[in-house]
Design a protein around this ligand. Structure first.
Ligand SMILES: Cc1cc2nc3c(=O)[nH]c(=O)nc-3n(C[C@H](O)[C@H](O)[C@H](O)COP(=O)(O)OP(=O)(O)OC[C@H]3O[C@@H](n4cnc5c(N)ncnc54)[C@H](O)[C@@H]3O)c2cc1C
Length: 614
């Protein structure tokens, strides 16, 4: 390894602080949320404190444990999972950040902070060590299900401990034969005279399904009450703890670990096969109404989708920052103009245009993706807490539309971004001494869990954009046109501004054409190119996010308010934003007409392709 730059010589920022501040305070005006009664006790000071704690913890505590955890995954010993020893040191510190219930009401022990803030704070933790950050999100989502749908007893017994981190939570949906198709869940729930249910069935891939961190784990489980109809309407939601109260003490609740998934990424966290009720003694408590399990679970799934998107951005971000530092320090070759002159010193590879291309593409994906996640999180805050019903409705429609994109874009483009970070490292990137290969492995999961990208394409086109006669797309168009107008006032990218407005306008008739196919009974035809539709709308949405950032940057540069001591770094920051926006709009927007034509014309190669022709 001599002659190369060792990864541990680098201090990785994980996520750019300046960019987080830019999004919160210059683009999305986060403090304006504090005019809403729910967030009235907060202001920029609280926001900065939360961010500062998350940043410090992610950099100083989490990041140093990432590589050891990747190298030494959990072990299954005597039916129990034993985690890497670093977990035990970190976990109490993680809980003391008070992030599990951060966005929940004061009344349940939360801090009533906007999701916009907690999403960005959690990006640091995910970039530092996603294995550890994952358990926090799962516990928060599981406890929130009990808060929303559980009985008072469950809230008292389970939720409070989970929000404090004394117990953790999981989502137990997937079964060996029922992954994308949750309608086929078979786990059974048999009512008892005591009010609880006896749960019996096999679950697989359950993240955080067992560990040696806390006394108990609550599995939010989808199961079918005896006699319930087949399909989604027969599914109910249960809280199933690993241990249950018995008299004055606690006993095992007949939840067995039957196998551990040997994963290519997220190797520090356990994902398990679980068997409920092997001995016929697994108790579960109903949450919500019988038969409404999936609709209750959608609360956690939608939260988890934004979390997965944030994870995708965070995983691309940490690798991008590593690649930037490497490119600045790795000497190799000479400028094209003086290539023949070997007497001249080598230049850092960042001097080569093709390396800058790879870095700029990563920047465009990472910062475009982060802006998208932040926008979606702000819409979630407005949906929950805006002053009028009309504002909440509007935010809800936009959030619904953005969710499949905010989940899938960082996963798919993030994977490309992570591959580019490895590429920037040349041959060293292909070695496990360097971290980019590990982040690439991690990133792959984000296109699979919480609904595969294929399923989200179907969800976007089949449900989200056609809901209420296409109302969400109309709102999106209004937002985009407002941004275009702002960019035009700032006198940036006149041609690209026009192109974005035209491209958005072309999505509306396409959607109507596809929706009318569906209405005429040709659902297969309508959804044939749902993956292309997801990609084209993702490009449009991220272009909107980039144009908005560019407009803000241009306004700041034009205002002439940069003081002399801040001038260089601040100017660099805004110029970088303008360059990345130009790159994204110029490179990606032209792809939309081609994708649009595939959808419009219903190109039918894979529709015609018979399974036996492969
Ligand atoms: C590491 C890891 C952690 C996980 N954590 C959890 C967890 O905590 N809790 C939990 O419940 N689950 C968890 N999962 C499960 C995850 O959500 C599923 O793997 C995912 O939903 C896909 O299901 P599947 O693996 O059965 O694949 P399948 O559903 O068999 O899909 C295989 C392929 O077929 C495609 N496909 C399937 N159906 C359709 C369709 N109707 N139309 C078009 N294409 C289709 C998919 O897009 C995919 O490409 C985890 C998975 C992994 C790998």
């Amino acid at each position: 390894m001599s002659g190369c730059i060792m990864p541990d010589t680098m201090a990785n920022p994980l996520v750019c602080d300046r960019n987080i501040d830019f999004l919160l305070y210059e683009v999305l005006d986060a403090p304006s949320l504090c005019t809403l009664p729910t967030f009235a006790e907060h202001g920029r000071e609280t926001f900065d404190l939360v961010l500062q704690n998350s940043r410090r913890f992610a950099r100083e505590v989490l990041f140093p444990t990432y590589k050891p955890m990747d190298a030494e995954p959990p072990q299954l010993e005597n039916g129990r999972i034993v985690l890497h020893p670093a977990w035990r040191k970190i976990y109490p510190q993680l809980c003391s950040l008070d992030l599990i219930a951060a966005s929940r009401p004061f009344a349940v022990g939360g801090q009533q902070l906007p999701l916009l803030l907690t999403t960005l704070a959690s990006a640091y933790l995910m970039a530092g060590n996603l294995n550890v950050a994952g358990i926090l999100g799962l516990t928060a989502g599981a406890a929130h299900l009990i808060e929303a749908f559980g009985s008072d007893e469950l809230r008292q017994e389970f939720m409070t401990r989970m929000y404090r981190g004394e117990w953790t939570g999981t989502m137990a949906l997937t079964e060996p034969h029922a992954g994308s198709s949750l309608a086929d869940v078979k786990t059974r729930a048999t009512p008892t005279a005591d009010g609880h249910y006896l749960i019996q069935g096999a679950k697989i891939f359950i993240s955080g399904g067992d560990h040696d961190l806390t006394d108990n784990i609550v599995h939010m489980t989808l199961a079918r009450i005896d006699g319930a109809p087949a399909g989604l309407k027969g599914i109910s939601l249960f809280a199933v703890p690993r241990r249950r109260r018995h008299g004055d003490g606690w006993v095992d609740n007949d939840v067995a670990v039957t196998g551990m998934i040997h994963k290519i990424g997220w190797r520090g966290a356990p994902s398990l096969a679980l068997q409920f009720g092997e001995q016929g003694d697994c108790n579960g408590w109903l949450c919500g109404e019988p038969g409404r399990g999936l609709s209750c679970m959608f609360q956690m799934m939608n939260e988890a989708r934004l979390m997965v998107g944030t994870n995708g951005v965070a995983t691309a971000s940490v690798a991008y920052h590593q690649a930037v530092q490497y490119a600045r320090e790795r000497p190799q070759g000479r400028p094209l103009s003086s290539k023949a002159d070997a007497s001249r010193p080598q230049v850092p590879i960042v001097e080569h245009a093709d390396v800058r291309r790879m870095l700029l593409r990563q920047k465009a994906i990472v910062e475009g993706g982060l802006a998208l996640l932040a926008t979606a999180a702000k819409q979630a805050d407005l949906f929950g807490h805006a002053g009028t019903a009309a504002e909440r409705h509007r935010a809800g429609l936009l959030l619904d539309l953005l969710t499949p994109i905010a989940k899938s874009f960082p996963a798919e483009y993030g994977f490309e971004s992570n591959a580019l970070a490895l590429q920037v490292h040349g041959g060293y990137g292909y070695s496990s001494e360097f971290l980019p290969e590990a982040w690439l492995r991690d990133q792959k999961l984000n296109s699979l869990h919480e609904g595969t990208t294929g399923i989200h394409g179907i969800d976007l086109l089949g449900r989200k954009v056609v809901a209420e006669g296409g109302a969400a797309l109309v709102i999106l168009q209004e937002e985009i046109l407002a941004t275009v107008a702002r960019a035009q006032r700032a006198a940036i990218f006149p041609t690209l501004c026009e192109r974005l407005a035209e491209t958005m306008a072309s999505v509306l008739p396409l959607t109507m054409q596809l929706a009318s196919k569906g209405l005429q009974g040709d659902v297969e035809g309508m959804l044939l190119h749902s993956a292309d539709y997801l990609q084209l709308l993702s490009i449009v949405v991220v272009s909107w996010q980039w144009l908005l950032q560019a407009a803000v940057a241009a306004e700041k540069l034009a205002a002439g308010t940069l003081t002399t001591d801040m001038q260089t770094t601040e100017r660099d920051f805004y110029e970088g934003k303008l360059c990345a926006a130009q790159y994204w709009l110029a490179t990606e927007l032209p792809r939309v007409p081609q994708l649009l034509a595939l959808c419009q014309q219903g190109e039918d190669s894979y529709a015609r392709m018979k399974p036996e022709w492969f």
